[in-house]
Design a protein. Structure first.
Length: 306
């Protein structure tokens, strides 16, 4: 395996997405923008200003980007690494929800609520083969009360949204759901959990409908807190791992296959995606350093639905 740092010193990065022309887009959660990155030269440009905190992103039908926006989070530096600052003020704010962003930078708000309840901190997103998408909401804490978030399914045209999983429902172990992905055949949805460093798996019985059975739960390495994820062509789940500073790979059965540490420690390695003609190049966002790593010789990614 070989790492190459593409760029560093940007804002707090998330949501890496490879465009059809090979360029990379990342979300800058700190500054409320989408950043277009030339992976060869490291040069960057602002693709769109979403405001708030754009977090996960995915290409959808028609070639637009779909962005889940947490509404805005304040950041501060600790020992040279950026992290959330609960006492600070975000650079910008916006309604928490789901946005559609054209590649010329036009932003459309699609969802801000579900069944009359506002979305709190949407975090990650993945499209299925039926034109809809799953997304997570990490939830929000306020003093002694907390909503620990859930999993949703929505249509790409903004016409329908449904809550699939919430921490108040029986047999649901979610605490701060974060990353979301689908198995190669689309029959399993995976959700990574930040608070306890776990990965939950539900069987998909129809688009936007999960089995009522208790999810299968796998645990990460000791001390791990899971962030966003990507699935490889063999169905293994590659999860960005906070605190440990790298990528944990789990099998569909939940076994830890390997842990790959980024060359420069960052407590906030936030996300991973695959690109290249053969999907054999991984792009990893290192949020605390505002950096992007290219990793070759790692794994071959699953081709996404859009």
């Amino acid at each position: 395996m070989e790492f190459r740092e593409i760029v560093s010193g940007l804002g707090f990065l998330e949501g890496p997405t490879v465009l059809p022309d090979g360029r990379l887009v990342v979300t800058d959660v700190e500054n409320g923008i989408l950043v277009l990155v030339d992976t060869e030269t490291g040069t960057t440009d602002t693709l769109a200003e979403t405001r708030g905190g754009p977090n996960g992103a995915a290409l959808g039908p028609g070639g637009d980007l779909y962005v889940v926006n947490n509404g805005g989070i304040a950041f501060a530096s600790h020992n040279g690494l950026k992290g959330g600052d609960p006492n600070g003020s975000p650079v910008s704010t916006a309604p928490s929800g789901v946005q559609r962003v054209s590649l010329d930078g036009h932003v459309t708000q699609l969802y801000t609520e579900c069944d009359g309840r506002p979305l709190l901190r949407p975090n990650d997103i993945v499209f299925d083969a039926h034109g809809g998408f799953y997304f997570t909401d990490t939830g929000r804490a306020d003093g002694r009360s907390a909503d620990l978030g859930g999993l949703y399914y929505a249509k790409a045209d903004g016409s329908a949204i449904v809550e699939l999983v919430h921490n108040t429902r029986p047999h649901v172990p979610l605490t701060q759901p974060n990353g979301v992905g689908l198995s190669p055949d689309g029959t399993v949805v995976y959700v990574s959990e930040t608070g306890h460093g776990r990965l939950a798996a539900w069987d998909v019985v129809a688009p936007g409908e999960l089995s009522v059975a208790k999810p299968r739960v796998s645990h990460g390495p000791s001390g791990a807190m899971f962030d966003s994820l990507a699935v490889d062509v063999e169905g293994n789940i590659c999860v960005a791992t906070l605190e440990l500073g790298g990528i944990t790979v789990l099998s569909p059965e939940g076994a830890i296959l390997e842990f790959v540490e980024v060359p420069v420690y960052d407590s906030h390695v936030t996300n991973i995606c695959f690109g290249g003609a053969d999907l054999d190049v991984a792009y990893i966002t290192s949020g605390g350093r505002g950096a992007i790593w290219e990793l070759t010789g790692f794994r071959t990614g699953l081709r996404l639905n859009h």
